[in-house]
Design a protein. Structure first.
Length: 397
């Protein structure tokens, strides 16, 4: 089956409240709520990500966000909150996480305990994750949901040990955790951790197993990564492996909080934007428009930018709090448009086309990925070094 890798918008607590505070027109998830745009414009099976660790006390977010049945929900288990000790481990348990995830989600991982925590050691992380894997395996209701096993580890050997233990429990795919949270004390940084994890899966032929239907990468916001994941998905398709690659990001919203308004992908295959400020950018008249390169449905629908998005404090001073609403939705639209354009470019399967649209560095890495994931390629230590070079900035001699 021909699949596309998919970026899933992650909705943190702050992002959710930002949508709920404003009018229903900002609700982009349901085709029935008269949105500016629907995610289904970009994905055949649209999906958003919600964290169980921050939302498990409420069950109404789908209705409040105006999400229709066409949008699936990926539930982040809440393991990161346990790692950071921001949720009470005595009140947030495997039983609560599984029950809430089944009630509210379509895809979700087990409640793993990520490695690299200051509140428990890595040995305990594996032991508790094994308990979670057994609980989910024994108690899942099999109502059509996808449950993912999770791979963790702060070194290549630790990841191999983790896999050898937790792979005993069979689920519907895998998630690779901790990619965006580089631990300065860890042997593996972000790039090497992903490379090592991917090689562990391939060396054990995990993606060729019938029950493995999905690979999810947590917390990945880089446009370059999006290009590489899409290309890996293409190579996997060519191997006749039925696997869906997904990753999530909330970067579109976090940069919007700081007034950053995205303009698209630049010549280095990074997202570029500009910071909108009151003093330099706003003019109190209806002629002002945001510099939207796509004339997107969010920006083009606002006739009087100043009136619609400006607020005043008690002293009558103008402020831009409402700007985050527009920037969040505009940035997400651009992220999905860039993803869509990337799919179209890669679908040419022509490196001369790639060299026209992508940077030289990105094209070199696409060739490396072809060498690593070809049907008969060796996937040993040299492949791991190449993958680290692809996802990081290290030089390979």
């Amino acid at each position: 089956m021909e699949r596309n890798a998919q970026y899933i918008p992650a909705l943190s607590g702050g992002i959710i409240s930002r949508f709920l505070e404003d009018t229903p027109k900002f609700r982009i998830y349901s085709e029935k709520s008269n949105p500016y745009y629907a995610l289904k414009e970009f994905d055949e099976n649209p999906m958003v990500l919600i964290s169980a660790g921050t939302n498990f006390r409420k069950d109404t977010f789908r209705h409040e966000l105006g999400m229709g049945d066409e949008t699936n929900v990926f539930i982040d288990s809440g393991g990161y909150q346990l790692k950071m000790n921001t949720v009470d481990k005595t009140k947030y348990t495997d039983a609560i996480a599984l029950s809430w995830s089944e009630k509210n989600g379509d895809v979700f991982p087990i409640l793993d305990r990520p490695t690299g925590s200051h509140f428990y050691d890595d040995k305990e992380a594996l032991a508790l994750s094994l308990v979670s894997a057994k609980y989910y395996s024994d108690n899942r209701k099999h109502n059509g949901e996808q449950i993912l096993n999770v791979l963790q580890g702060e070194s290549k050997g630790a990841m191999e040990e983790w896999y050898s233990n937790i792979s005993e429990y069979k689920f519907d795919g895998w998630a690779l955790g901790g990619i965006s949270n580089k631990n300065a004390d860890a042997e593996l940084g972000m790039e090497a951790k992903f490379a090592s994890g991917l090689l562990v899966f391939f060396q054990n032929k995990e993606f060729e197993k019938e029950e493995c239907k999905r690979l999810h990468l947590f917390g990945v916001g880089s446009i370059k990564y999006m290009i590489y994941f899409q290309y890996i998905q293409m190579l996997i398709n060519e191997m006749d492996i039925d696997l869906q690659i997904t990753c999530d990001t909330s970067s579109y919203s976090y940069v919007a909080k700081n007034g950053v308004y995205w303009l698209g992908r630049n010549e280095n295959d990074s997202m570029v934007g500009k910071t909108i400020t009151v003093a330099k950018e706003y003019k109190p008249n209806k002629s002002f428009r945001f510099p939207c390169p796509y004339d997107c449905p969010v920006c083009s629908s606002v006739e009087d930018v100043d009136k619609y998005f400006m607020e005043f404090d008690a002293d009558g001073n103008r402020r831009t709090k409402k700007l985050t609403y527009l920037s969040t939705l505009h940035n997400l639209y651009l992220q999905k448009r860039v993803e869509q354009e990337t799919r179209n470019i890669l679908s040419s399967r022509c490196f001369s086309t790639y060299k026209t649209f992508f940077s030289e560095h990105t094209c070199i890495n696409l060739e490396r990925l072809s060498n690593i994931f070809g049907k008969t390629r060796d996937r040993g230590e040299e492949a791991r070094k190449l993958l680290i070079a692809v996802f990081g900035e290290e030089k390979v001699v």
